[in-house]
Write a protein that binds this ligand. Structure first.
Ligand code: 3HC
Length: 674
C-alpha cells in the first residue's frame, strides 16, 4: 500500500494501491507512519510523495463513506504531512483528485508532470473537500479561483495549476521523480500553506452565488463548499477545518450525497456484462458505416469522427447526402466557434467522413449502423441487403428506439452479428447508448459494442429486447398518464412544473414540443383520436413550428396556449369528462411512480441487468436529477411499500391494463431493488 525508498538523504514515499491509489484505511495508516518515521530518521533530510501506476491519487476511498471511520482520518494525515519538520514535495502525475490533491496541499511544495490534472471533484459526489481542501486551496490560489475549482469540481491542467500557483514546477513525466528528488534536496525549510492567511471579501461570495445560482439550485454540497471557503477567510486553519469537518459530516450522511455516490458506482457497474468474461477478445473496429444521413445518422457519425474513426455514410439521394454532410460540418463549426475545437480539428474530422450513394461501399466497414426512420419493413429490407454486402465478421447494428432487434436480425443469415446501438438525440451530445442484446447476439459482439461506445465517450448500458428497451419503455406509462391527466383537469404547465420542480430538465409536454409532437403521427388530419392528433392536424408540431403544447416566440420562449386549452376542452366535452382539480401528488404518482413500476417489470424480465443500470439510463438519457440517484434508487430510498400503496390508491385511474410489478410487490418491506 505504501512503499518507501531512500535516495541518499531524500525519502521517496509511494502510494501503491491500484487501481487509483484511493486513500483507504491501510494507505492512510501507511502514509501517516512513513511521515512519522521520517521525522525520527536522521538520514532523511527531505521527503517526496508520489503515486504508483497511472496517477497520484483518485482521492479518499468512496466505499468507506457511511462506514465507521478507522483512524487516522485523512485530515490528520494531511496535517501531519504539513507539520513535518522536513520539507515535503508532492510529485504529481496523472491525476490528483479530492483527498489526493488534499495530501498534495499538505505537502510544502508541488511538482507536476505536464500531462497531470488536479482537482477537487467532491461536489460531484455531494460532498466538499473534507481533508483541508476548502481551507488550504484558497490560501494558496485565492478565493475566486478556489471557489471556481471547488464548486464546479472540474480539475485544472498542470499548466493552469502552475499559472494559479497551485504547483511550483512542471516536469516531463519520465523525469518527474528524478526532478522531484533533486528539488527536495535543495530545500531547507518546510513551507506551510496552512500558516498563510487569505483576505476576506464577502462581496465576492455574494457575486459568485448569484452568477452560479442556476447551476447549484437545490443542491446541498455547493452551498456547503462556499460556506467552508468563507470560513478560510475568517478563521485560523484549525478552526476552519473544524467547520469543514462538520459540514462534511452532515453532507456525507445526507440523501443527496448517498444518491450521487450511488450514481458514481452505478456508472461503473453498467460497464460490466453479466456472464461474460472480462477478457473476451473483441472484434477490431477500424471503419464504421452509417446508413441514413438524417439528424440521427449525422449525430452518430460525429461521435466516431471525433474519436478518429473513419465513417462511410450512405444515403438514397444526393440531396439528402449533401444536406447530412453539411449538417455535420455546421455542428462542428458551431463547436469551433465556441472555442472548443480548432479549425484543424474540424477539418481532420470532416476528412474522415466519406459520404456516398453507393450501398456497396459499406463492404469494408467493421461496424454498420442503420439510422433510418422507425419502420420494421424498411429496416428488414436494409438488413437483408446488408447481409449481402457486409464483410464476414462485420457487426450490424440498428439505432431503432423501439423495434425488435431479433426480428431485424432474422432478416439476415448472421443474427449473431446483429445488435442494437440506440443513441439518444442529439446523438453527438447525449451520453447514453443502449446496447441491445438480441437473443442470438454473440457475446463478443455485445462486448465490442460496449467497449466501442466507451471509446467514443459514451455511457453504454446493456438492454434486452422489448418494445422501447429500458428508457423509452418507461416513458410509455409516463406519457399515457400525462396525456390522461390533461383530459381529467391538469394543464401542460402543471404537469411540466411538477417534473421540473422534481429536477427534470423538462416535463413530458416540453419534451414532446422539443422532440416534435408529430413523431409517430399517422399524418391523416381527418383522423383525430387523441389530443396529440388534434394538435398535429393543426400544424402544432412543437418548437419547430413555434406551436405545440405551448406557443413559442422567435426565441423559443414558451407560453401557455389558449388554442391548446380550447383543444383540451373540446376533447373533454367529446369524452364526457368533467374536469377536476388534480393535485401535484397525483401527478407524481401517475407519471413517476408508474415509471418505477415499469422499471421493476423491466428488471424482473431481465431486460436490464441490474436496477442501477436503469438509473444510469435515466440520468444520462433523459436528465433525471442525478442527486436523487435515478428512478430505482429514488424508489429504494422512499420505500417500495410507499410506492405500492400510492399506486393502489390511484389504480382506478391508471387504466384497465395497469398492473403492479410483482417484483415491487413481493420484495420484503425495507429491501432495495437487486
Ligand atoms: N474510491 C474508491 N474507489 C474508487 C475511487 C475512489 N476514490 N475512484 C475510483 N474507484 C474505483 C472505481 O469504482 C473502479 O472500480 P471497479 O473497477 O470495481 O468498477 C476503479 O476504481 C477504477 O475506476 P474507473 O473505472 O473510474 O477508472 P478511470 O481510469 O476511468 O477513472 C478516476 C479514474 C478519474 C480516478 C475516476 O475513478 C474517478 O473520478 N474517481 C473518483 C474521483 C473522486 O471523486 N475523488 C474524490 C473522492 S471524495 C474525497 O476525496 C473526500 C475527501 O475530500 C475527504
Amino acid at each position: 500500500m505504501i512503499e518507501t525508498k531512500l535516495h541518499g538523504d531524500v525519502l521517496e514515499i509511494v502510494l501503491a494501491h491500484p487501481p487509483v491509489n484511493a486513500l483507504g484505511e491501510a494507505v492512510r495508516k501507511g502514509l501517516y507512519g512513513a511521515i512519522a518515521d521520517a521525522q525520527a530518521d536522521d538520514r532523511v533530510k527531505a521527503i517526496v510523495i508520489r503515486g504508483s501506476g497511472r496517477l497520484f491519487s483518485g482521492g479518499a476511498d468512496i466505499t468507506e463513506f457511511g462506514q465507521p471511520l478507522v483512524p487516522p482520518a485523512l485530515p490528520e494525515v494531511v496535517d501531519a504531512t504539513e507539520a513535518s519538520a522536513k520539507p515535503v514535495v508532492a510529485a504529481i502525475h496523472g491525476l490528483a483528485l479530492g483527498g489526493g490533491l488534499e495530501v498534495a496541499l499538505g505537502c510544502h511544495y508541488r511538482i507536476a508532470a505536464r500531462g497531470a490534472k488536479l482537482g477537487l471533484p467532491e461536489v460531484t459526489l455531494g460532498l466538499l473537500p473534507g481533508a483541508g481542501g476548502t481551507q488550504r486551496l484558497p490560501r494558496l490560489v485565492g478565493i475566486e479561483t478556489a471557489l471556481g475549482m471547488i464548486v464546479s469540481g472540474v480539475p485544472v491542467s498542470a499548466a493552469k495549476a502552475a499559472e494559479i500557483g497551485l504547483v511550483d514546477r512542471l516536469a516531463d513525466e519520465d523525469r518527474l521523480v528524478e526532478e522531484a528528488i533533486a528539488f527536495a534536496r535543495t530545500l531547507n525549510e518546510p513551507r506551510r500553506t496552512g500558516e498563510r492567511s487569505v483576505p476576506a471579501d464577502p462581496a465576492l461570495f455574494e457575486r459568485f452565488a448569484v452568477e452560479n445560482a442556476r447551476k447549484i439550485r437545490g443542491l446541498d454540497a455547493p452551498q456547503a463548499c462556499m460556506e467552508a471557503i468563507k470560513a478560510a477567510t475568517e478563521l485560523p486553519l484549525d478552526k476552519g477545518q473544524e467547520k469543514e469537518r462538520a459540514l462534511f459530516a452532515s453532507l456525507v450522511a445526507g440523501d443527496q450525497s448517498r444518491a450521487l455516490r450511488h450514481a458514481f458506482f452505478a456508472e461503473r457497474a453498467a460497464a460490466k456484462i453479466d456472464g461474460l468474461p472480462k477478457d473476451l477478445p473483441l472484434r477490431p473496429i477500424a471503419r464504421v458505416g452509417v446508413i441514413g444521413a438524417g439528424t440521427m445518422g449525422g449525430g452518430i457519425s460525429m461521435n466516431f469522427l471525433s474519436a478518429g474513426i473513419p465513417v462511410t455514410i450512405v444515403e438514397m439521394t444526393q440531396e439528402a447526402l449533401d444536406r447530412g454532410a453539411a449538417l455535420v460540418r455546421k455542428n462542428y463549426e458551431a463547436t469551433a466557434a465556441k472555442g472548443r475545437l480548432t479549425s484543424e480539428q474540424v477539418e481532420k474530422a470532416m476528412g474522415l467522413l466519406t459520404p456516398t450513394l453507393d450501398f456497396d461501399a459499406l463492404a469494408d466497414c467493421d461496424l454498420i449502423i442503420e439510422a433510418v426512420y422507425e419502420n420494421m419493413a424498411v429496416k428488414k429490407e436494409i438488413f437483408a441487403r446488408l447481409d449481402g454486402v457486409a464483410k464476414t465478421g462485420a457487426m450490424l447494428a440498428s439505432n431503432t428506439s423501439y423495434l425488435s432487434i431479433d426480428e431485424i436480425a432474422a432478416a439476415t443469415g448472421r443474427p449473431q452479428d446483429v445488435l442494437g446501438l440506440h443513441f439518444f438525440s442529439p446523438a453527438n451530445v447525449m451520453k447514453l447508448v443502449e446496447v441491445v442484446r438480441g437473443a442470438k447476439t454473440a457475446p463478443e459482439v455485445l462486448a465490442t459494442g460496449m467497449d466501442l461506445a466507451r471509446r467514443i465517450g459514451k455511457m453504454p448500458v446493456v438492454a434486452g429486447v422489448c418494445y422501447g428497451f429500458i428508457g423509452n419503455r418507461m416513458l410509455i406509462p409516463r406519457q399515457s398518464n400525462a396525456d390522461a391527466l390533461l383530459l381529467e383537469g391538469a394543464t401542460p404547465e402543471q404537469v411540466d412544473r411538477v417534473h421540473t420542480r422534481f429536477g427534470m430538465p423538462m416535463g413530458p409536454f416540453q419534451m414532446a414540443d422539443l422532440a416534435g409532437v408529430d413523431i409517430g403521427w399517422h399524418r391523416d388530419p381527418e383522423r383525430i383520436d387523441s389530443l396529440r392528433d388534434a394538435l398535429c392536424a393543426q400544424g402544432r408540431w412543437g418548437q419547430k413550428t413555434q406551436a405545440g403544447y405551448y406557443d413559442y416566440d422567435e426565441k423559443r420562449k414558451p407560453s401557455p396556449s389558449p388554442v391548446v386549452t380550447e383543444a383540451i376542452d373540446a376533447f373533454r366535452r367529446k369524452a364526457g369528462i368533467a374536469p377536476r382539480a388534480i393535485s401535484d401528488e397525483e401527478i407524481i404518482v401517475r407519471t413517476l411512480y408508474t415509471m418505477v413500476n415499469e422499471g421493476a417489470k423491466i428488471l424482473d424480465e431481465g431486460i436490464a441487468q441490474r436496477a442501477s443500470d436503469i438509473d444510469v439510463v435515466w440520468i444520462h438519457g433523459y436528465g433525471w436529477p442525478r442527486h436523487t440517484g435515478g428512478p430505482m434508487f429514488w424508489a429504494d430510498q422512499m420505500g417500495h411499500e410507499t410506492i405500492v400503496e400510492a399506486l393502489e390508491r390511484y389504480a382506478h385511474r391508471l387504466g384497465d391494463a395497469f398492473t403492479i410489478s410483482p417484483l415491487l410487490e413481493r420484495r420484503p418491506a425495507g429491501s432495495d431493488f437487486p
